[in-house]
Design a protein around this ligand. Sequence first.
Ligand code: G3H
Ligand code: 13P
Ligand code: ZN
Length: 330
Amino acid sequence: MVSYKELGLVNSKELFAKAVTGKYAIPAFNFNNMEQLQSIIQACVETKSPVILQVSSGARKYANQTLLRYMAQGAVEYAKELGFNIPIVLHLDHGDSFELCKSCIEMGFSSVMIDGSSLPYDENVALTKKVVEYAHQYDVTVEGELGVLAGIEDDVKAEHHTYTDPKDVQDFVSKTGVDSLAISIGTSHGANKFTPEQCTRNADGVLIPPPLRFDILEEVEKRIPGFPIVLHGSSSVPQDKVATINKYGGALKDTIGIPEDQLRHAATSAVCKVNIDSDGRLAMTAAVREVLATKPAEFDPRKYLGPARDQLKELYMHKVVNVLGSNNKA
Ligand code: G3H
Ligand code: 13P
Ligand code: ZN
């Protein structure tokens, strides 16, 4: 058993309390490799932002949980070396079983998500409560989820949103003891969050997606005032990155994300954690494709992963400063 405290990591409790009262949100960025991690830390140190490093089940399979944990431990030292000791949370994204959450806690994670959102309500409550009881013994914070996002979460695919029912939230939070709650108000995972048919067009012909259900968020806030809320599926799918990918041989189609002004608005509410993964994937892929297409003789991975890292850093800094408002909150 390794305590995250020995690794220099923090849990999310204090960060969320400050974010709710301070009307900003903490970035939760997924990482699977060194370049993503370097750019996240560089961006958050430069902007003096706290950060949540997220590890999904897919990331564990790809990169190995032990290696990812040591990388997060390294990130703490790396941040100090860069000159600012930012609070860093190591979080399990979309944990789907008690055993997985327990294993991550034993490995040094400071926060876990138990995602029982696809289970019947009572089973979600029972599973979440079991994880909370275990996690809290070690001062590890737990995120639960109510409502189902459309799109793909690891291996679970939902065709339609099942919006969170505000009537359930108080009961869920009090029965489970969770520290934060992910809700479904119209965001979804991946780069194709809406079909063009679901959108309207503005005067310039640009597709405008349906707005997030802020009415549900407000209802939730009324029922559990000040309780930390989490938004998954919050990539905005920058169209310049999509255009670069397609210019250099990509084939992305109908990519539509959540407009950043809506996320900025959400960040001023009880939403205190915003999950962003796909935008980083797009930035990285755009940079790699551009180098490989314009410099076909290049075969040193540092020559395309380096520019990808720079693009990622720029993207993360933009999210922190212009969307979430977590800069200077470390
Ligand atoms: O919620 C999904 C995250 O973007 C992680 O995706 O399971 O492909 O690593 P992944
Ligand atoms: P995006 O696919 O919108 O980046 O969402 C990521 C996420 O919710 C990770 O849990
Ligand atoms: Zn998610």
